[in-house]
Ligand binder design. Structure first.
Ligand SMILES: Nc1ncnc2c1ncn2[C@@H]1O[C@H](COP(=O)(O)OP(=O)(O)OP(=O)(O)O)[C@@H](O)[C@H]1O
Ligand SMILES: [Mg+2]
Length: 309
């Protein structure tokens, strides 16, 4: 549904996208990760026809989106990172206006507006001016306007910023429902837990390229690290297979099950040593540790891995 090939973009002298490859199929949720300034919004804006690229190709629903941006735009839904609302119009008027733009008519339009307003917890706000809403409510309205229309490809650029716990869950439910109906979704967030809750595929944009792409479980299995440390007040005891790191005792070799390693070490301490123990730190493998491992090193051709073709 979306195929980006060797996309390049430089702002002045600074290359931001340096040969991006990305494929997203119908019904797939692709979590696009990357540090602040990595180029996620730039990439989405180019695909949606809002900014030009230096070179490369973008295909959306079989169309050449760089050559025919207007035709491609009919297949694209977008909630940009920057809020776009009519502050003087009510929530209902904002939704109705975008629904009309999306080509929804009559009863179908009213039903969809009501459905999305309920899903994003906006049903009680329909009569209020958009400009009077709180920051999180405005973000929800902004996201609602992008998902009114069932498009082939949907871009949500940090849709949950400022949303409270319940609204965040509502946004994730809408994303799942749209993917189940066949929409290809590109979803950016700095909250990695959301991607775990979505069971998404992951693409990490780092140093101008997609450094790693694959299903979340595969990315975690391959890159996530676990760690364990025992903290002591006073002398750090000697334990075979472990060494002192300041006031911490850490294993000589990487561990796969940090809790089991901690339990073994604790059992090996004598009572005097155990009396000086002040804490145990356990870090389980997670998308966060995988992400930090991927982005902690400069990209080279050796550490570019596509886990899913
Ligand atoms: N219009 C522009 N002109 C010049 N430089 C720009 C422009 N837009 C973005 N940049 C620069 O390009 C880089 C990528 O920005 P972009 O907004 O795409 O990053 P991002 O991954 O979306 O970051 P964030 O997580 O903060 O949203 C940044 O260094 C930014 O300063
Ligand atoms: Mg951005």
């Amino acid at each position: 549904m979306l195929e980006v090939t060797d996309l390049r973009k430089t702002y002045g002298e600074r290359p931001v996208l340096d040969g991006v490859q990305l494929t997203v199929g119908a019904g797939q949720i692709m979590g696009l990760l990357g540090a602040n300034g990595a180029g996620k919004t730039t990439l989405i804006s180019i695909i949606a026809g809002l900014r030009g690229a230096d070179s490369g190709s973008v295909r959306v629903a079989g169309l050449d989106a760089l050559r025919q941006p207007r035709r491609a735009a009919r297949h694209i839904g977008l909630a940009p990172q920057e809020l776009g609302l009519y502050p003087m119009l009510t929530v209902a008027q904002n939704l109705a206006f975008f629904a009309r733009l999306a080509g929804l008519r009559g009863g179908g339009r009213r039903r969809r507006v009501a459905e999305i307003a309920a899903a994003l917890d906006l049903a009680d706000q329909l009569g209020r001016c958009a400009g009077e809403l709180s920051g999180g409510q405005q973000r929800r309205l902004h996201t609602a306007m992008a998902v009114l229309h069932r498009t082939d490809v949907l871009f949500l650029d940090e849709p949950t910023v400022g949303a409270d716990v319940r609204s965040r869950a509502g946004i994730l439910d809408v994303v799942r429902a749209m993917a189940a109906e066949g929409t290809a979704i590109v979803y950016t967030t700095h909250n990695l837990m959301e991607l775990e809750q979505l069971g998404a595929d992951i693409a990490v944009l780092h140093a101008g390229r997609i450094a790693v792409e694959g299903h979340l479980d595969d990315v975690v299995n391959r890159y996530a690290t676990a760690s364990v440390g025992l903290r002591f007040d006073g002398a750090v005891p000697a334990l075979p297979g472990w060494h002192a790191d300041g006031s911490r005792l850490t294993p000589d070799l990487p561990v796969t099950d940090p809790a089991a390693a901690a339990a073994r070490a604790l059992a090996a301490l004598d009572p005097n040593q155990a009396a000086c123990l002040t804490g145990v730190d356990v870090t389980h493998p997670s998308l966060e540790t995988a992400y930090l491992a991927i982005t902690g090193q400069p990209r080279t051709s050796e550490n570019h891995h596509a886990l899913v073709a």
